[in-house]
Design a protein around this ligand. Structure first.
Ligand code: MSP
Length: 531
């Protein structure tokens, strides 16, 4: 992501959606969060100050009803489910900086102040709202969007509910041309291209004002100017991103919240909530006179064995069980490598096992293990002694390794996680081929120790570079690899090595120091059982 429009070169704030607490986290919420964590780790690795924001969206009819069905008061219910999210993020090794909960009193102060600004700007008025409301989406649906008998296309097993009530409205229509100008002037505001086009065609149909209050709903903040009304859950939730920016001990005012990290660089979301982030949200910010966020990226949807996931189909994936069975790195790797970020993607456990065995156990893990063992046998357990400058330019690993850093950096910058992994795997596969072709064991028998050293150095260095570049995705495995190569690095604790290691040195090929004592050779990833 470029920072030119925000002019905050050394900071990076990224958000996941604030998840509804109607249920425990599912794999869809885990997916966005893993991607956000990978990009946050990448930005930290290159030395930026990063704020990764996640959290929960706790108001609205959906949550109120879920709590009632469980016989709990809504706050109690929210506390339980929010804890479930935090537990999953720990298990998935997500290094979030802020966990924003929309039921906090600090958030209410921010929402009130923001509401007041928009109110004073004359963009809120009372009107009559008639229409079909989907509680699961927390959204009014146009008649033409609905399936037969007013079923919601996203929740076909649920009926929408007819509403005819007085609500406060936000003057979205007033921002039609300003929004169109935004999309023109900043073509990368909405990514990827396919989502941008969706938004452009939606906006072209003409924007309608939307209601921002509800009556007969207790679970939410009261409208400051008219407490009989409750603020619409989306108007409240989007502001959760702003509340999250407050330092823990600072007074909850908009000025404080916006003083350090605003504008947020990137909102990562799923494609179903694009309109809220790419249309409503910038219009709300324009109305409040605030700078707009950097980018909105809408990723695709996950399916299971080719089918839409859902409770009614009984094919949801429980992310906690998945991590317990396979480890955080395995899951992070599968979803970020196997699915092109932005497109829909599938989870199949057979495929999952195959990919992990092929890439992590065989290609990467075995490569490291057999090369380290040879380094112990032929080079005294040290990084082979070579004059790095003198390694010939036509050494295929050196040639490929020299190109890799910048390619992978570009891939991360454009959130192309699967491309980053593929590029790295190309070097790993080339390294395996190199060992087989060069046959260091034969060179050793021939007494050609200089050639042995060069081959082993080239491979170990390629593994090091690969591990470094993969560390935003598989931080614990990268740490194991670095430690076996003799570093004390912990990619889960960047503060430990920030000073001694710089991004540019470690993304270049030729960084491993000859003669460095190697660590113990241990398989980094045990082969998974075929299903
Ligand atoms: N509460 C709102 C977001 C408010 S942000 C200010 C919300 N929450 S949600 O829990 O329903 O959804 C959160 C995210 O999960 C969305 O980005 C959605 O796209 C994503 N996913 C839900 N199901 C999914 C899949 N099956 N696959 C991928 N992502 C999916 O919406």
């Amino acid at each position: 992501m470029t920072d030119t429009e925000t002019n905050k070169d050394n900071t990076f704030a990224v958000t996941t959606p604030l998840y509804y607490v109607n249920d425990l986290p599912h794999i869809g919420s885990a997916y966005t969060t893993m991607a956000a964590d990978a990009i946050a780790r990448f930005e930290r690795l290159r030395g930026k100050s990063v704020l990764l924001i996640t959290g929960t969206d706790e108001h609205g009819q959906k949550i109120q009803r879920t709590a009632e069905n469980r016989g709990l008061n809504p706050q109690e219910h929210c506390d339980q489910v929010a804890a479930g999210f935090e537990e999953l993020w720990q298990k998935l090794n997500i290094q979030y900086d802020r966990f924003s909960r929309t039921t906090s009193s600090r958030h209410q102060a921010i929402v009130n102040e923001f509401f007041q600004r928009v109110w004073e700007n004359g963009d809120i008025y009372m009107g009559q709202q008639k229409g079909w409301y989907c509680v699961a989406c927390e959204e009014f649906k146009e008649e033409r969007e609905l399936l037969s008998e007013h079923h919601c296309p996203l929740h076909p097993n649920l009926t929408t509910e007819w509403r005819d009530e007085q609500n406060y409205f936000f003057k979205l229509s007033k921002y039609q041309s300003q929004l169109e100008a935004l999309y023109q002037e900043r073509p990368d505001f909405i990514q990827p291209e396919i989502r941008r086009n969706e938004v452009l065609s939606f906006v072209k149909q003409g924007l309608q004002d939307f209601s921002i209050s509800r009556v007969n709903l207790d679970w939410g903040f009261a409208i400051p100017v008219d407490p009989k009304h409750t603020i619409y859950v989306w108007f409240d939730a989007l502001l959760g991103y702003v509340t999250a920016l407050l330092d823990p001990d600072s007074e909850p005012t908009l000025e404080n919240a916006l003083s350090n990290w605003w504008p947020i660089n990137l909102h990562l979301i799923g494609k179903d909530i694009l309109r809220f982030h790419a249309v409503y949200w910038p219009a709300m910010l324009m109305s409040a006179g605030l700078p707009l966020v950097g980018h909105v990226f809408g990723h695709g949807f996950l399916t299971k064995d080719g089918q839409k996931m859902g409770k009614t189909l009984g094919n949801t994936i429980n992310p906690i069980e998945l991590v317990d069975r396979y480890s955080a790195d395995a899951i992070r790797y599968y979803f970020l490598k196997e699915i092109e970020f932005g497109r829909d993607g599938d989870f199949s456990e057979t495929r999952f096992v195959n990919i992990l065995n092929a890439d992590l156990a065989n290609d990467l893990g075995n490569l490291l293990n057999r090369t380290l063992k040879m380094a112990y046998k032929y080079c005294d357990g040290r990084v082979p002694e070579v004059a790095i400058q003198e390694i010939a330019a036509d050494n295929s690993l050196k040639a490929a390794g020299k190109e890799l850093g910048s390619r992978v950096i570009n891939a991360y910058e454009s959130l192309a996680f699967s491309k980053a992994c593929e590029d790295i795997l190309t070097l790993i596969r080339a390294s395996n081929k190199f060992v087989d072709e060069q046959a260091p064991w034969s060179l050793y028998k021939q007494g050609n120790t200089a050639a042995v050293a060069e081959v082993l150095y080239s491979v170990l260095e390629s593994v090091r570079l690969s591990a470094y570049l993969l560390s935003p995705i598989i931080p614990s495995l990268s740490t194991d690899i670095y430690q076996q190569l003799g570093f004390s690095t912990d990619f889960n604790n960047l503060s430990l090595f920030k000073d001694s290691m710089t991004f540019s040195t470690h993304t270049a090929w030729g960084t491993l120091s000859p003669n460095q004592q190697l660590g113990e050779a241990k398989p980094i990833f045990a082969k998974l059982e075929q299903l």
